[in-house]
Design a protein around this ligand. Structure first.
Ligand code: SF4
Ligand code: SF4
Length: 456
């Protein structure tokens, strides 16, 4: 085709420059910082808690010991066999998120998401080092000087120190933190530990220090699909347009309550104007509501021009029935019940029985027929326990030799067993038998495993 070549620029990324959000005070800001403290006290502190198990040994209370295939959660020890519980916990977390989103929008994003929490901490450090939003903007525009270099070095040094400590803490949930720290100090980290400390630390540094709101806007899948959980009754941060518009000119009377000061935009960590309506970039942090409340108080108007409100509430319509809440709530109840039942029904003893396929059957000196078996006794309790093994299914069947074994606390004991059956118990056949394994210290712990006995 002849003619002028057409070119089009497609903008895939926000190009407004770095956002320097103005700090604000108010109830949502206080709640946000309360959540920062709560989540970070748990994250940085929980790996230091110790726990003494039933066997008297002390270990880290929360430890995901992947190398030994065990998750320690205080007194509960989960094995690979408990994968169903993990699946239920994940389903519960997802259903809980759906329910919270349907009720109050992206509360998780604004108050508990690690990206929000770490970004808040990084921005707090930035403000302490470089000053408020105006000073930071001036510093951005200023040419490089000794002062700028010192401020930037201090900021990045603190960010990197925090990121490194976070990486170490993260790995401290997989390798006992009290063993990890000396290894870090002595540069003796294993390859996986070293990789994850550096990866998690750098990831945090880049995400919270540089990417910030771009993560919420361009990388997080939740921001894209959370809209499907919204309905007209979902409460989220919203601008009361009928009350605010038309905006007042300076000193104007008879107009709406919005004085067009722009402070709600200046405090927004994602740089949007909530007055333009509900936007997927909004993380529901409520900072614009705090800022606007301050303005309303100053001009002697009621607070709440920007507030948590539903579409119906803003339109002055009554709340409608919400079947989706009943569905999410019902699912939550079902999975809580299922998880509790799975936990209560979980046995602390698992046994695998394998018949020795190398020698099917042999005749002993006393004329009895013998079959050999291997038993893998998994003692899921952290205390030492003894197990007694009995066999049934064929008249006169008994175990030759020891039938009592000491279990390994929280481990697997493999034992070889021989079962003897009196001669004359029938012709050549494969007969079903059952092994009963019971813990001597705990009558409720008992397992029956089926197997077969070969008669020649
Ligand atoms: S802070 Fe309130 S008054 Fe100021 S521009 Fe935003 S909505 Fe209008
Ligand atoms: S619009 Fe308001 S609630 Fe939404 S992200 Fe910005 S400050 Fe937070």
């Amino acid at each position: 085709m002849q003619g002028k070549a057409h070119t089009a620029r497609v903008t895939l990324y926000r190009n407004k420059g770095k956002i320097h959000a103005r700090s604000t005070r108010g109830r949502f800001n206080s709640l946000r910082w309360a959540m920062v403290w709560l989540t970070q006290l748990v994250f940085y502190g929980a790996c230091w808690l110790g726990w003494t198990d039933d066997g008297g040994a002390t270990r880290q209370a929360l430890l995901f010991d992947i190398a030994h295939e065990k998750f320690y959660l205080f007194g509960l020890v989960l094995w690979p066999q408990d994968a169903l519980l993990l699946a239920i916990v994940l389903i519960l977390a997802a259903t809980g998120l759906f329910l919270v989103t349907a009720v109050a929008g992206r509360l998780f994003c604004g108050f508990a998401c690690p990206q929000t929490v770490y970004t808040s901490i990084f921005m707090w450090i930035e403000e302490k080092v470089e000053g408020d939003h105006l000073a930071r903007r001036r510093l951005d525009d200023a040419p490089w000087s000794a002062r700028k270099l010192a401020l930037r070095s201090a900021k990045h040094g603190l960010w990197l120190a925090l990121a490194a400590w976070t990486g170490i803490t993260f790995v401290g949930y997989f390798t006992p933190i009290r063993e990890l720290l000396p290894a870090v100090a002595g540069w003796q980290l294993g390859p996986w530990e070293g990789f994850w400390v550096v990866f998690y630390g750098l990831f945090m540094y880049l995400q919270a220090g540089f990417a910030r709101e771009a993560v919420c806007q361009h990388m997080c899948p939740y921001s894209r699909f959370q809209g499907v959980m919204f309905d007209p009754t979902t409460r989220s941060v919203a601008y009361d347009t009928p009350r605010g518009e038309p905006r007042r000119a300076k000193g104007g009377a008879g107009a709406g309550d919005c004085v067009d000061c722009g402070i709600c935009v200046q405090v927004c960590p994602t740089g949007i104007d909530i007055r333009d309506g509900l936007q997927y970039q909004c993380i529901n942090c409520g900072l614009c509501a705090d800022a606007c409340d301050t303005v309303m108080t100053r001009i002697a108007k009621p607070a709440g021009l920007i507030r948590f409100a539903s579409e119906l509430e803003l339109a002055g319509k009554p709340t409608s029935a919400r079947p989706r809440l009943a569905v999410y709530g019902g699912l939550l109840a079902v999975f809580v019940g299922l998880g509790a039942w799975t936990l209560a029904d979980r046995s602390l003893l698992l046994v695998d029985v394998l018949r020795d396929r190398g020698s099917l059957a042999r005749e002993a000196a006393d004329g009895r027929i013998e079959n050999a078996y291997t038993l893998k006794i998994m003692n899921l309790a952290e205390a030492p326990r003894d197990f007694r093994v009995a066999v049934s299914g064929i008249a006169g069947a008994e175990i030759v030799g020891a039938a009592r074994f000491a279990g390994v606390p929280g481990g697997i004991r493999t034992v070889q067993l021989t079962v003897a059956v009196p001669a004359g118990e029938g012709g050549a056949a494969v007969r079903p038998i059952a092994f009963e394994i019971a813990a001597e210290q705990d009558a409720a712990t008992r397992v029956v495993e089926k197997s077969t006995f070969v008669l020649p």
